[in-house]
Design a protein around this ligand. Structure first.
Ligand code: ADP
Ligand code: MG
Length: 281
């Protein structure tokens, strides 16, 4: 199927070159980023030659098979891992260590079981040495927004997986980060809960226009949420294509049933089939 012709894509190398005159100012730039891990069996080249311009306020998904370096890429951006090649820039300035205003959400929520939901959300204030009391109203407001009113004083083990992930998102949003890094945040949830959270996240993004980098291996989820989808392959982890998702917002779940949406799915499936990652059928 020649779906590619109708789509706006950027080759990885061109993605860097396009940095000279991007449609919106480059917020985060990755130039030739590489990451090698040392291991007992020798070095593992988890990322090689990653070139990408992340635009301020965009919703960008990173899509690829297991082991292609999605988590590594997110950790390098979040300053949790050092890069071993290339450079990272935030608004044009070299970035080393965590970006100053970033929030992170992981696949496995890292809520502390002995703390209440509210105290788990407020932990961000403690990390940043801010006064808990100052941030409590915002924490309660976020919990309400994510449907967790009435659960503030419960403990994580009393919550469903979806509720725990909602609490993790509240925690990441507490200090109003300008960059939200999410590593397969809904990967462990059932399909219906995942749909709910996709909708909530789309709504939050629409209201706040934070820059979001969202790692997933769900094709449909990536298309539904994103302005652009970065597709990766493995050995070594690298970008193979950047696809613009030109679908109207706000997006409703029914969008996934439309031919336009289907064309994006087909395009991505075709690309991954060509790489031997998916079977075409
Ligand atoms: P993904 O998130 O796409 O599944 P990862 O970023 O977790 O991929 O891993 C990319 C590659 O790097 C894999 O080959 C993985 O085994 C390797 N890797 C990840 N973390 C480490 C580590 N701490 N030490 C050594 N190798 C690692
Ligand atoms: Mg991962």
């Amino acid at each position: 199927m020649r779906t590619a012709l109708a789509m706006k894509t950027t080759e990885p190398a061109a993605a860097v070159a396009a940095g000279a005159s991007p449609p919106a100012p480059a917020y985060l730039s990755l130039d030739g980023v590489g990451k090698a891990y040392g291991s007992r069996h020798g070095a593992v080249q988890a990322l090689a030659g990653i070139g990408l311009e992340v635009r301020e306020g965009e919703f960008l998904s990173i899509l690829g098979p297991s082991g292609c370096g999605k988590s590594t890429l997110l950790k390098c951006i979040g300053g949790l891992e050092d890069i071993t090649g290339g450079s990272l820039r935030l608004r044009g300035r070299p970035l080393s260590g965590p970006p100053p205003k970033a929030g992170m959400v992981f696949q496995r929520d890292v809520l502390l079981d002995w703390r209440t939901v509210l105290d788990n959300v407020l932990i961000t204030a403690e990390f940043l040495r801010l006064r808990r009391e100052d941030l409590k109203p915002r924490a309660l407001q976020l919990l309400q927004r994510f449907g967790l009113s009435g659960f503030e004083n419960r403990h994580p083990w009393e919550l469903s997986g979806g509720m725990r992930q909602r609490a993790s998102i509240c925690r990441a949003l507490l200090c109003d980060p300008e960059l939200l890094l999410m590593d397969e945040p809904f990967g462990a949830l059932d399909a219906m809960t995942r749909d709910d959270l996709n909708l909530e996240l789309a709504r939050i993004w629409q209201d706040t226009r934070k820059t979001v980098i969202f790692v997933t291996h769900g094709i449909s989820e990536a298309i539904f949420l994103s302005d652009r989808v970065v597709m990766m392959d493995r050995n070594p982890g690298r970008i193979v294509e950047v696809l613009d998702i030109d679908l109207p917002r706000p997006r409703h779940l029914a969008l996934r049933e439309t031919p336009e949406f289907g064309r994006y799915v087909a395009h991505i499936r075709h690309l991954f089939a060509g790489l031997g990652i998916l079977k075409e059928g």
